[in-house]
Design a protein around this ligand. Sequence first.
Ligand code: NIG
Ligand code: FE
Length: 392
Amino acid sequence: MQVWTDINELATLEGAISKDGRNLLPEDLSIIKNAAIVFDEAKIHWVGAAQDLPTMYHSSMKSLKGHTVTPEIVDSHTHLVFAGNRANEYSMRLNGADYQAIANAGGGILATTTPTNATSEDDLFHSAMQRIERIYSYGVGTIEIKSGYSLTLEGEKKLSRVISRLKDHFSPRIRITNTFMAAHAVPKSFKSAKDYLNAIVLPLLNEIHRTIDAVDIFFEQSYFLKDDCDLLFSKAKELNIPLKLHADEFNDNKGAVYACENKALSADHLLCTSDDGFKAFANSKTVATLLPGTGYFLGKPQANARALLDAGAKVAIASDYNPGSCHVDNLLLIASMAAPNYKMNLAELWAAITINANDALGLERLPRFSVFKSDSLAELTYSWGRNFCVRA
Ligand code: NIG
Ligand code: FE
């Protein structure tokens, strides 16, 4: 049992939780000043003003004077198991080239498969460990990791194994979820996306489904189209595995509508989603996950966050950490940079990186917290890029 007291600001997000993370007003942060909280790994036993803390808890109190506490920050979308880097593509983009043009010319996801396939399982494990520690150092405690940088049968098996090992290694300090994304791109040696799915992705999914938490697929022109998503999703449904989708990143492919129709946990990116997509989220449990770092880093117009929020969508924000379109490990920084452009209030912002991101992974809501050496919640994103995280 943990007893924390004298917390300057405890944002319980109780208001946001009671509204299912949608249509949030600033007061839905439900901040308690000079607060105390009593919890164990399964539940919160008591929460309120420090002066009201029952005496039975006084003997084990820990003072968090000068600190702010929030529900744990969750990064619900990363591709952090890979080798090499694509700094060259970044330079090319700054010199005027476009992400898709670079990918079509042999760069992009396929370029990362070469160094990844040449790297041992242990080396991939160790580089991923360091990335996870960096992400954690900013206050993130739960991280989703996608496979998808091998695109061969043995290689994708190896990547999924690396993620399972990371999950065991970091538990319970850091919670990791394992998303199967062998459907990330189509290797050049296959005639079509369908051939690749039938030869590699579906048989592999069948073999390792017990070790994975969700499937994801890149629904985009030159990658996988609706029929391909149908193939993967029907197999995943048969195996009872939750669905996620890379949707409407470069074109309005109606991926958001498709994800909601299929009751996916989340549809992510949404840069090109339009009205029908906004409406679909409003009537669905599917979380609309925005990845503002990717739009920034690729120099593309951002998703229409305000339209999503106003429609009543449940919105999350994640990093999309990957070697190509968004090489960033500080989720709180990009979320704080995005909020003014997305025109989000602080309750919408914090729900997006905590409770709604948790739902985007289909995880049980546990009493896990992020702790910051700061007097107020507002200061955490006001001083953008500064790291206030401490471990209590
Ligand atoms: O989420 N969109 C697909 N996958 C990544 C890009 C990966 C890469 O460029 O290596 C993304 O942006
Ligand atoms: Fe992604």
